[in-house]
Ligand binder design. Structure first.
Ligand SMILES: CC(C)(COP(=O)(O)OP(=O)(O)OC[C@H]1O[C@@H](n2cnc3c(N)ncnc32)[C@H](O)[C@@H]1OP(=O)(O)O)[C@@H](O)C(=O)NCCC(=O)NCCSC(=O)c1cc(O)c2ccccc2c1O
Length: 276
């Protein structure tokens, strides 16, 4: 049972976006196809995640799928066309890349709550999340080489960071499926709980994180990413340092001197120590 009263934030066709007590809940709502995503689903997810990012009341995001039988089964193969997934505008695209980058860089923890299938591109989505809590009925795996696809981005590289190179290659080369216990053993998920407790457990983890320092959590996510994300990761960490610097009197002295049009030299930084 979930002891939380979710409020709808925004209404969409393919997803549900709710919020309560500092937690956002974003859920794929296409249970008839095991929550496979089409371009519209992905655009809606990007919109909801962006709103959750901008919302100062939200500290943690739960990412899940409706129906209890699937988190997500990846790209909707019925609309897979020539060079991508085809949306209502008839244009083929792989817009899930933008969702991957957003979940990666959003400065708030994203927790995947996986019931049932997390497979193909749906598996990649949980791999990218900061944490994963699995229900006992969860099943994990990649299908790309079976269905003529592959994800050489976070789907391969972050997976290898999570479970090690040998296991990641096994998962991709053999396209086997793994149950929740196996997933826990290999470090693919953080915890396994009964299906009926999944959401409550996610809320419990989120509430524990919400008690922590938001800036400490933000800097940690940024630091974990920076090691792996090259110039983009270092840029995010560096700009978080900017955010902290802008909070100091030293940085404010520079801004004030400019605004006050002080002459001849703008700023007076002499009172600020040069620390060891
Ligand atoms: C997940 C399954 C193993 C479940 O099998 P099960 O027997 O339990 O259920 P059904 O197969 O009967 O499924 C019920 C119902 O759902 C439909 N369905 C399931 N998955 C999809 C799907 N992905 N697309 C469309 N429809 C789906 C299924 O057809 C049934 O409908 P009915 O009308 O027949 O009742 C099994 O369903 C399964 O293997 N699913 C496919 C998993 C898969 O291969 N996914 C795609 C992988 S590729 C991908 O996701 C991908 C997407 C991207 O955007 C990328 C972008 C960039 C790089 C790579 C990308 C990428 O790899």
């Amino acid at each position: 049972m979930t002891a939380i009263q979710w409020q709808t934030v925004q209404t969409y066709d393919d997803i549900i976006f709710q919020r309560a007590e500092g937690i956002a809940r974003i859920s794929i709502n296409r249970p008839e196809v095991h929550n496979a995503f089409r371009p519209k689903t992905t655009f809606e997810l990007i919109d909801a995640f962006s709103r959750a990012r901008e919302d100062p009341e939200v500290g943690v995001i739960l990412f899940t799928g409706e129906g209890g039988r699937a988190f997500c089964s990846g790209g909707d193969q019925r609309v897979r066309g020539h060079g991508g997934y085809v949306g209502e505008d008839n244009v083929p695209r792989l817009n899930v890349t933008d969702l991957h980058k957003l979940i990666r860089s959003i400065p708030k923890p994203v927790i995947a709550l996986v019931a049932g299938w997390a497979i193909g591109g749906g598996h990649v989505l949980h791999v990218i999340c900061d944490l994963t809590i699995a229900a006992e009925n969860a099943r994990f795996g990649q299908t790309g080489p079976k269905v003529g696809s592959f994800d050489g981005g976070f789907g391969a590289i972050q997976l290898a960071r999570n479970v090690g190179q040998k296991k990641a290659r096994e998962i991709w080369y053999l396209c086997r499926q793994y149950d929740a216990r196996e997933a826990l053993e290999m470090g693919l998920v953080n915890a396994v709980v009964p299906l009926e407790d999944l959401e409550a457990e996610g809320v419990r983890w989120a509430k524990q994180i919400l008690k922590m320092s938001p800036i400490a959590i933000r800097m940690l996510k940024s630091a974990f990413n920076a090691e792996l994300d090259g110039m983009v990761g270092i840029t995010e960490l560096a700009h978080n340092a900017n955010m902290l610097f802008y909070m100091t009197d030293e940085a404010k002295e520079g801004r004030n001197a400019f605004l006050e049009k002080r002459e001849p030299a703008y700023s007076d930084f002499s009172k600020f120590p040069r620390r060891p």
